[in-house]
Design a protein around this ligand. Structure first.
Ligand code: DP6
Length: 328
């Protein structure tokens, strides 16, 4: 009745941006990401506790944060077809929230894997990915390592909307993602709200959906060939297009700060000097730089020169996994 799992965050190379079903968290388009090591979230779930308790990063979760965790465990109970009693959940991440790397992705992936194991359900990446998706969309891509593709699916019940691993972490050990933290502050508009506003009001949204679906197929080919330049160019274009949809929302929404723009424009100059470095950007001001092992130090240096207060260098990460040691 007790299990612990560790999962890594992921960064999308082709973003997920917008839901066709808000309750089931079903996306309008497919997306593809790279799982990031060494960052991780570890979560212990125990059913049969005295009462429901949720502790995240050392504080007792309240409100919607607590509700989202308990709702996911409700789905685990339904899958197990058993009254497992109240649950105690303790979760800890080893990277700053300010990194802007949706810690919810690693958190809900770890919760799904630990929750299923604590309920005695078998280890099944597909079932865990669907469950993680219902906590936070991008979490479905953190159940497995390497490069994972969240297939949008067609079914209204979401049973065909989950992530599959396209390439494992060993496929391209040389690839690097360097997180440039320009701003440690909380973002003003959460991804969930920003994407909803964009779907509802941006005239560019339908074009985004069409392009992203094509880009998922193209990005797979670039990764298969380990073609960093082609991947970098596609990854930047996809990030610009995602942000363009939000610029055109009503009211307009920009996740970029002046510092973000200065850094990402600077990359072009660096490439002319022979440094292979491109960016991607989630719903926040902190760019993540894509490069290779030979240039990660240079990528860190240029991020710092452009005002990064912290830099985290990441390599491809592995699958979410069960751990023998529990957090309580
Ligand atoms: C910009 O997965 O955090 O990081 O499904 O509402 O929980 P919810 O949203 P979330 O959104 C992530 C958006 C993104 C792009 C991506 O990771 O694909």
């Amino acid at each position: 009745m007790k299990a612990t799992a560790l999962a890594h965050p992921n960064i999308a190379l082709v973003k997920y941006w917008g839901k066709r079903d808000d309750a089931l968290i079903l996306p309008h388009q497919s997306s593809l990401s790279l799982t990031l090591s060494p960052l991780s979230v570890t979560t212990t779930v125990e059913f049969g506790a005295a009462s429901d308790q949720v502790e995240l990063n050392g504080h007792t979760a309240k409100g919607s944060e607590r509700d989202r965790v308990l709702r996911l465990l409700e789905l685990v109970r339904a899958q197990a077809k058993a009254d497992l009693g109240p649950a105690k959940v303790v979760s800890r991440g080893d990277f700053p929230m300010a990194a802007g790397l949706a810690s919810s992705a690693a958190g809900f992936a770890a919760l799904a894997v630990a929750g299923r194991a604590a309920a005695g359900l078998p280890s099944e990446p597909r079932a865990a990915s669907i469950l993680a998706r219902m906590g936070s969309g991008s979490a479905c891509r953190s159940v497995q390592g390497g490069f994972c593709e969240w297939q949008r699916g067609e079914r209204p019940d979401g049973e065909d909307s989950f992530a599959v691993q396209r390439f494992d972490a060993a496929h391209w050990p040389d690839v690097r993602m360097v997180v440039a933290i320009l701003d440690r502050g909380e973002k003003e508009v959460k991804s969930r709200d920003g994407m909803k506003l964009t779907v509802d009001t941006s005239p560019y949204y339908p074009a985004w959906v069409k392009d992203a679906e094509v880009e998922v197929v193209q990005v797979r080919e670039h990764i298969a060939k380990r073609d960093l330049q082609a991947l970098g160019e596609l990854c930047e274009r996809n990030a610009w297009r995602m942000h363009a949809t939000s610029f055109a929302a009503n009211p307009p929404l920009s996740y970029m700060s002046p510092g973000t723009l200065a850094l990402i424009l600077h990359l072009k100059e660096q490439r002319k000097k022979g440094i292979p470095v491109w960016f991607t950007l989630d719903a926040g001001p902190n760019p993540v730089l894509l490069t290779d092992a030979a240039h990660e130090v240079a990528a860190e240096a240029l991020a710092r020169a452009c005002g990064a207060v912290d830099v985290i260098r990441c390599v491809p990460g592995g699958d979410a996994e069960l751990k023998a040691e529990h957090l309580f």
